[in-house]
Every structure is written in structure tokens, then in C-alpha cells.
Design a binder for this molecule. Structure first.
Ligand SMILES: Nc1nc2c(c(=O)[nH]1)N[C@H]1C(S)=C(S)[C@@H](COP(=O)(O)OP(=O)(O)OC[C@H]3O[C@@H](n4cnc5c(=O)[nH]c(N)nc54)[C@H](O)[C@@H]3O)O[C@H]1N2
Ligand SMILES: Nc1nc2c(c(=O)[nH]1)N[C@H]1C(S)=C(S)[C@@H](COP(=O)(O)OP(=O)(O)OC[C@H]3O[C@@H](n4cnc5c(=O)[nH]c(N)nc54)[C@H](O)[C@@H]3O)O[C@H]1N2
Ligand code: SF4
Ligand SMILES: [Mo]
Length: 773
């Protein structure tokens, strides 16, 4: 036995990005604790982080690539697997055109270095518009509202959790999720601190969650009606002359038009549909306007709903109208160490367009270059044999090219997206599919080649995505805690080789004959292009210098590290290749293993604005165009039960049900049902109920609880591990049911293409006759 040693590593399991102290012994992780010296998380850890060693060493993780031979997936060498990808991928794209290629990027791409650096290149080298990501079952409404308001889909304001006096939180349960689009290690502690310093917390959620229990006020709203509630609060601000733009006064346009647009949404009119008294709506607006500082923050329950984009827009509208956007204690734009736009001057930008192209079958508009994940199945399985391959008049149309080739990276859409059964069948019909995934699961089981990345312990970590949504500016980088086994590529190399294979440059002709291209060529190309732009940019600290000279200065053990070094040096806190010796570089960050604190969030406007007007466009055209749909919702009163989701502290979407340390207890796939509804339907606690929605039905045990309001039922997602051909032995023993089978994929927020996963009408019946009837 070797002596134990300690390695620091940022946790990759959720958006909180806690710094961990891992114990390593005999080539594996033997323990995980919070790193008390971490500049951001200060020692916080949750049960998931504590189970990282078990998740890391799960015996069901694949250690070698799989290649389908004679219909069966078999372990092969890495060379054979990559060669097989190269042999099929590019030729199929050339034969059928780029429209035949679909790319699916799942959630963990925002938790890995590779996921940040390489997937954009997959689209570029192939020219496909068939990009589907977890965003359209998650936060796309926020990207769209930010794109429209601020001109930049990534300009997402974050509540200033540590300084605000009042937090209005809608459709989020950070006590279980640990926060999202608001990276805040120890979110629970930060909420308690808010209360302790005299601040107030209002939670809007149809369930009395652990977060709601911490609040001064909990509103058990009827699901799907938050946009009405926020529109009425906006109306009250105008009616009662509570609008105070403060420092934003000269930065906004469309104020009068906005006042007019929300005029009809009075508290009295929304009270019925929201099931929130008119007086309460007024009180919420007055509290928000009256607080010294305040922030409105909405997440999943405000996003994956029929009016997701309108709700996301109204969240920021309220922050703006109360003068809380871009001020300490309000909602601010973080500035991460790798922010690319740091040196861009304020002023008009290129704006944000929606619907630049459409999906082939249902003509869904693209948003941020993506098509709805909910439409993936039909893009594969729906085509007209007679005209397949022939594009429609505008280059698409149902007669155009269906998707025949699919790359999935860190995605399990068979469980995460609507109508998994249909997608499951569609995947089985593909000509060729490659999955980059550590598990053989419900989705990757259809692949012809599965390329498993090494576990977290053998991977470097940098939060390219979440530093941009963090409640404090800071930077941390962790190298792999353990060496990889001989010949095993890291995920950056896997994705770089995929980029080469997709682009047709996997093989190079050399003097020695045909050789596999060095995957480092991909990084070298990106570095050359990025530095080329920087030296040509008069505002860049490296303007006028030589690319070769700058390239020679880059440090790092591999291409991914050199790219990080480059981005840090060029970033807003960077050393600018010598311009500011105190500034950041890879070596400086490596010298601070507990991270470097870059200070609290600070006002940044007008810097982040990239609208064509150069100002905040309060009532953008697409939003105005969607408001009649919200007006129509004023008259709707659902008589059906409405389904919402929930997350459990020890869960992680669809992929941690295989770790025994995280299963069992209350982390179960049950239907939460209010006792009054249960009595009416004759359902007993613990007995099976049949739940039916547009896409199908599931039978699941009922769990009676008054934490869910009447008229609402709740099922967690990511379950349904009972399909054959997977290698998830623990998960399969307690499979649960797939809530997304209740959806048929047609319910979308039209502006963002985001699937409606909450406030879904369902029908319920006792699956077996109860003993008392
Ligand atoms: N009904 C309902 N459905 C939902 C939601 C909901 O609230 N309700 N939530 C939605 C949301 S917010 C999201 S983000 C999506 C998530 O849905 P997906 O994007 O499908 O993500 P996960 O379910 O987390 O599955 C992640 C996949 O990545 C693999 N993986 C894990 N680590 C790595 C790694 O380091 N590298 C690679 N290459 N792969 C890895 C896992 O094995 C798994 O196959 O689900 C959505 N679906
Ligand atoms: N433990 C754990 N942590 C996670 C994840 C996980 O699976 N498990 N997933 C990660 C991911 S990918 C994400 S995106 C984040 C999500 O982070 P959160 O947004 O905090 O996600 P949830 O915990 O699902 O909270 C959503 C809440 O919205 C409520 N809700 C449903 N419908 C409505 C509605 O119409 N109106 C309102 N006001 N509320 C509604 C639900 O009852 C639920 O409590 O969590 C991340 N962290
Ligand atoms: S809160 Fe998230 S980042 Fe922190 S330890 Fe838990 S899973 Fe890891
Ligand atoms: Mo998510």
C-alpha cells in the first residue's frame, strides 16, 4: 500500500463548482472533503461531491472503446475505434450532405474542458445545422431573452446572492440542485446568510421545497403561470409609479411601449389563473421596488414551460425597472477570466437574430444556432422516400435530407428529452452513430462506436462555462489527480480526433506514407486563428505583435492547456503576453491551487450590450409578438392535473443512478401527490398509479405529500433504466420510470424551442383497485 496523498480538484458534478480535497492511494480516489482554503467554496461539499470517489470508480464505467461488429458492441483498441469512425463519418457526410449529420451535446459538456473547447469545431468542419443540445430542455429561454434584451445570448445577469437585500426566486430549488445559472458553492449557506443579515427571500414554487421552507414568503403558484404573475408585477410598477431606472435611465429604450404592452395584465386578471390573490401580486411588486437592493431569479420551473422565454424576459425586466440590473445587491453580469469580449468597446453590436433557419419537419426556428432537442426524433424518422435527399425550396422541408448520422457527446436524450420510446426507435434506424460517453446507457447502446472518456480523477478541470455565471469572479484550474492508463486518450484528444474525422483530415499524407494526423493540430489551428485575430485588433493588448512570437510563449502540457493559457493571457485579467506582469496566465493559476479570487461582481454596463441600438431593448419584436399568447392564457383555467418535476440532492439528471452511495432513501422515482387529490382519485400512499400524458403512460408508486399543492403532481426525471443492452447494473435494479415518456415532443416554448417539461397536463388513475373500494 502506498502512502495516501492529497490532491485538489474542482468538483465536476454540478454548477456549484466546489473545491475538493481528494485523497489518493494506490492509484485511486479514497476520499473527498471540502477544501477549506478554496477561494470560492471555502470547504463546502454536498453528498454528491463526497461520493465522487465512488462515482469515479464505478465498475460499470467503460475502460475501452466499443465497436459494433456483427451487430454487437465489442471492446477494441483505441486506434481501431478511431479508424472506424474516420472510415464512415466523413464519407457518409460527403455522400448525403451535411444535413444528414446531427450533433447532440448533453449537459456534462459544460462540466468538462473538452466539452468547452471542441464541439463548436464539429459544426464548423462539417457545416451541419443539425445541432441539438440540452439547452432546449433547459435554459434556452434565458439565452433568447438575453439575446433580445442585451444583444448577447450569453449576457445572463446573476443575482448578487451575497449582497442582496431581497431575493425573489421562481422555479428553482437550490437547496437540492445547488443552483444553476448562478454558480454559488454553498448556495444553502448563502441563502441563510441573506436571512441572517436581515434580507428577505420569496420563493414561488408549486411545491413546498426545502428552499421554500427557508423563505419569508412561499407562493404555491399554479404551474406554468409565472409569466402572468411577473407581467402583473410589471404592470403594478408602472401603475403605481414605482419604476426607478436609476443608472440605467439612458441605457434603455422601449419603456413606454413596455408599459402599454403589460397594461392588460392586472393583478385582478392574473389572480385566477395563477391562483395568487391580487393583493399578494401587488405586495410582491411593492416589496421588490421598496427593497434597498433586490434581485429576481428564475430557473427550471420558470424556463421549461410554455411561456419560458416571456418568463425569462420578465425576470430581467423587473430587475431593470427597479434599477437593480447591474448594481451591487441586484443582478450583475459576471466577468470570467476567459471572457472573450473583454476588450470589445461599448456601442452598437450585431444584435441577436432568431429563426435564421428552421428544422426540416416541423419548421421550428433555430435559436442560438440550435434546433429543439424535442424535434430530434422526427428529424431522423420522418421523411418522404420519394424526395429524400432533395432539399425543399429553401434548402429544407420534409422532403429534404433526414438525419442519418449522429454524434452524441455526454448526452442521454432517450431519457432527457420528450418521447424516449420514439427517439429510441429512431436511433436504432440510423446509418451510423458515435457516442462519447463513459457509460453504455439508454442512448449510447445504439452507437456503432462508443468512445469512453476517462473518469474525473484522470481529467483536468476548468470551468469555462460556470465562471461566467458565478456570484463571485474567481479562477481555479485542476490538473488530473491520477495518471491515465497506458494509451488511454483524454476527452480532449477524443474530441479532437472526432473533429479531424468529421472534417476529413483524420489521415495525413506524409513522406512516410499515410499517417494519423496529430490531434494537437486542432489546437494549433485554433491558437493560430485566435492569435491572428488578436494581433490584428487595435484594442487587444497584443495588437501588432507576431503570432509566432506569442505562440512560442504559451505553456501547458498539451493543446488544451495551451489554449487555456492563451485565453487567460488574452482575458480581462490576463497578463497580455507581457503587457501586465501581474496578470493571469496558466502558470500563475497553477501556482494558486486553491484558486485566485477576482473580487465581487461589479457593474459592467454598457460593456456587455451588443444590441443594434447599443442599448437595452426592453420590448424586442419577437417578445411583443408572443404576448398575445400570454393574453390568451388569462382565460385558461386548467381542469386537469398538472405535472411538474423535482430534483433530489443526491441525483444528477440521468446518470448517477448507478452509484450505490447515491441511491435509495428519499432519492426515489415516486409520484408526489397531494392527499386531497389522492383521496378524490382513490389512490393510496405507496400504491401504483397510472399517469398518462400526450406521449404515453407510466405506472409509478404514489407518494402522498402535502409539499405539492393540490392539482399538481411531481415526478423526477432521468429514470427509466429498464431498456436492454445497457451496462448500468445498479441503476437497472431500481429502474424507475421515464417521466419524459408522458410528453410527445410537440409542446414547446415557440421562441426558444424549449420543451415544456413543467406544467404538463396529465391524467391519473389508480393502477390497481384499492382495497377500500
Ligand atoms: N422531465 C424533465 N426532463 C429533463 C429535465 C427536467 O427537469 N425534467 N431537466 C433537463 C435538463 S436541465 C438537462 S441539463 C437535461 C440533461 O440531459 P442530458 O444532456 O442528456 O444529460 P444527463 O442526463 O446528465 O446525461 C449525461 C450523459 O453524459 C455522460 N457523461 C457523464 N460524465 C461525462 C463526461 O465527463 N464526458 C462525457 N463525454 N460524458 C459524460 C453520462 O454517462 C450521460 O450519458 O435533462 C433535461 N431533461
Ligand atoms: N441534485 C441535483 N442537482 C442538480 C441536478 C440534478 O439532477 N440533481 N441537475 C442540474 C441541472 S442540469 C440543472 S439545469 C439545475 C436545475 O436547478 P433548479 O432550477 O434549481 O432545478 P429544480 O430543483 O428542478 O427546481 C425547479 C423547481 O421548479 C418548480 N416548478 C415546476 N414548475 C413550476 C412553475 O410552473 N412555476 C414555478 N414557479 N415553479 C415551478 C419545481 O417544483 C422545482 O422545485 O440543477 C442542477 N443540479
Ligand atoms: S454542490 Fe455540486 S459541486 Fe459542490 S460538492 Fe456537491 S455536487 Fe460537487
Ligand atoms: Mo440542466
Amino acid at each position: 500500500m502506498s502512502a495516501p496523498r492529497t490532491v485538489l480538484r474542482v468538483c465536476p458534478l454540478c454548477e456549484a463548482t466546489c473545491g475538493l480535497r481528494l485523497t489518493v492511494q494506490d492509484g485511486r480516489l479514497t476520499g473527498a472533503r471540502g477544501d477549506t482554503e478554496d477561494v470560492f467554496s471555502k470547504g463546502f461539499i454536498c453528498p454528491k461531491g463526497a461520493a465522487l470517489p465512488q462515482a469515479d470508480a464505478d465498475p460499470d464505467r467503460l475502460s475501452a472503446p466499443l465497436l459494433r461488429k456483427d451487430g454487437e458492441l465489442r471492446e477494441v483498441s483505441w486506434e481501431e475505434a478511431f479508424d472506424a469512425v474516420a472510415a464512415r463519418l466523413r464519407p457518409l457526410i460527403e455522400e448525403h450532405g451535411p444535413a444528414a449529420l446531427g450533433i447532440v451535446l448533453g449537459n456534462p459538456n459544460v462540466h468538462t474542458v473538452a466539452g468547452a473547447l471542441y464541439p463548436p469545431l464539429l459544426s464548423t468542419v462539417t457545416g451541419t445545422r443539425g445541432l441539438f443540445t440540452a439547452s432546449t430542455v433547459d435554459q434556452m429561454p434565458k439565452h433568447v431573452s438575453s439575446g433580445l434584451l442585451f444583444g448577447d445570448a450569453f449576457a445572463i445577469p446573476v443575482p448578487d446572492l451575497d449582497h442582496t437585500d431581497h431575493l425573489l426566486l421562481l422555479g428553482a430549488n437550490p437547496m437540492e440542485s445547488n443552483g444553476s445559472l448562478c454558480t454559488a458553492p454553498d448556495f444553502p449557506g448563502r441563502l441563510r446568510a441573506l436571512r441572517a443579515r436581515g434580507g428577505t427571500l420569496t420563493v414561488v414554487d408549486p411545491r413546498r421545497t426545502r428552499t421554500a421552507r427557508l423563505a419569508d414568503r412561499h407562493l404555491a403558484i399554479r404551474p406554468g403561470t409565472d409569466a402572468l404573475l411577473l407581467a402583473a408585477m410589471t404592470q403594478v410598477l408602472f401603475e403605481e409609479k414605482l419604476v426607478r431606472l436609476g443608472a440605467l435611465t439612458d441605457l434603455v429604450e422601449g419603456l413606454d411601449e413596455l408599459a402599454e404592452a403589460v397594461r392588460e395584465f392586472t393583478p385582478e386578471k392574473v389572480a385566477g389563473p395563477c391562483d395568487v390573490p391580487a393583493d399578494t401580486v401587488r405586495a410582491l411588486a411593492r416589496e421588490l421596488a421598496g427593497a434597498p437592493t433586490a434581485a429576481v431569479y428564475g430557473r427550471i420551473g420558470s424556463s421549461t414551460v410554455a411561456h419560458g422565454t416571456l418568463t425569462s424576459w420578465l425576470v430581467d425586466v423587473l430587475n431593470i425597472l427597479t434599477g437593480n440590473l447591474d448594481r451591487p445587491g441586484g443582478a450583475l453580469f459576471p466577468l470570467s477570466a476567459t471572457d472573450r469580449a473583454a476588450h470589445r468597446p461599448a456601442g452598437p453590436g450585431r444584435g441577436f437574430d432568431l429563426g435564421r433557419w428552421h428544422s426540416r419537419v416541423s419548421r421550428h426556428p433555430e435559436a442560438k444556432g440550435e434546433l429543439p432537442l424535442a424535434a430530434l426524433a422526427e428529424e431522423i424518422d420522418t421523411f418522404d422516400e420519394g424526395t429524400a435527399g432533395e432539399p425543399g425550396a429553401d434548402g429544407s422541408g420534409p422532403g429534404g435530407t433526414p438525419i442519418r448520422v449522429l454524434l452524441t457527446v455526454a448526452a442521454n436524450p432517450v431519457l432527457s428529452a420528450p418521447d424516449g420510446d420514439r427517439l429510441d426507435a429512431a436511433l436504432a434506424s440510423l446509418s451510423f452513430m458515435v457516442s462519447v460517453d463513459p457509460y453504455l446507457n439508454e442512448t449510447s447502446r445504439h452507437a456503432d462506436v462508443v468512445l469512453p472518456p476517462p473518469p474525473p480523477s484522470q481529467s483536468a478541470h476548468f470551468d469555462y462555462a460556470f465562471n461566467g455565471f458565478a456570484v463571485r469572479n474567481q479562477v481555479r484550474y485542476s490538473r488530473a489527480a491520477l495518471p491515465r492508463s497506458e494509451g488511454r486518450p483524454d476527452e480532449s484528444e477524443i474530441l479532437a480526433r472526432l473533429v479531424l474525422a468529421a472534417g476529413g483530415t483524420y489521415w495525413s499524407e506524409t513522406e512516410r506514407g499515410r499517417e494519423r494526423t496529430d490531434p494537437g493540430a486542432v489546437d494549433a489551428l485554433v491558437i493560430a486563428q485566435t492569435l491572428g485575430k488578436a494581433v490584428a485588433d487595435p484594442r487587444s493588448p497584443v495588437h501588432g505583435r507576431e503570432v509566432a512570437e506569442l505562440t512560442a510563449r504559451l505553456t501547458g502540457e498539451d493543446g488544451a492547456e495551451r489554449r487555456l493559457d492563451m485565453m487567460l493571457r488574452l482575458g480581462p485579467y490576463g497578463e497580455g503576453f507581457g503587457a501586465d506582469p501581474e496578470g493571469l496566465s496558466l502558470s500563475k493559476v497553477l501556482a494558486h491551487p486553491h484558486g485566485i479570487d477576482l473580487g465581487p461582481l461589479r457593474p459592467r454596463l454598457p460593456g456587455p450590450l451588443k444590441t443594434r441600438s447599443g442599448r437595452i431593448e426592453l420590448l424586442p419584436g419577437p417578445i411583443a409578438g408572443d404576448l398575445p399568447r400570454l393574453s390568451a392564457a388569462l382565460d385558461q383555467s386548467p381542469d386537469q392535473l398538472l405535472l411538474v418535476g423535482r430534483r433530489h440532492l443526491r441525483s444528477n439528471n440521468s446518470w448517477l443512478h448507478n452509484v450505490p452511495a447515491l441511491t435509495g432513501g428519499s432519492n426515489r422515482c415516486t409520484l408526489h401527490l397531494h392527499p386531497e387529490d389522492a383521496a378524490r382519485l382513490g389512490v393510496q400512499d405507496g400504491t401504483p398509479v397510472r399517469v398518462e400524458g400526450g406521449g404515453g403512460a407510466v405506472v409509478v408508486p404514489a407518494e402522498l405529500t402535502d409539499t405539492v399543492r393540490t392539482g399538481v403532481v411531481s415526478l423526477p426525471h432521468g429514470w427509466g433504466h429498464d431498456r436492454p443492452g445497457t451496462r448500468l447494473r445498479v441503476a437497472a435494479a431500481d429502474p424507475g420510470v421515464n417521466v419524459n415518456q408522458l410528453l410527445d415532443g410537440t409542446l414547446l416554448d415557440p421562441l426558444s424551442g424549449t420543451a415544456v417539461l413543467n406544467a404538463v397536463p396529465v391524467q391519473l388513475s389508480a393502477a390497481v383497485p384499492s382495497a377500500h373500494r
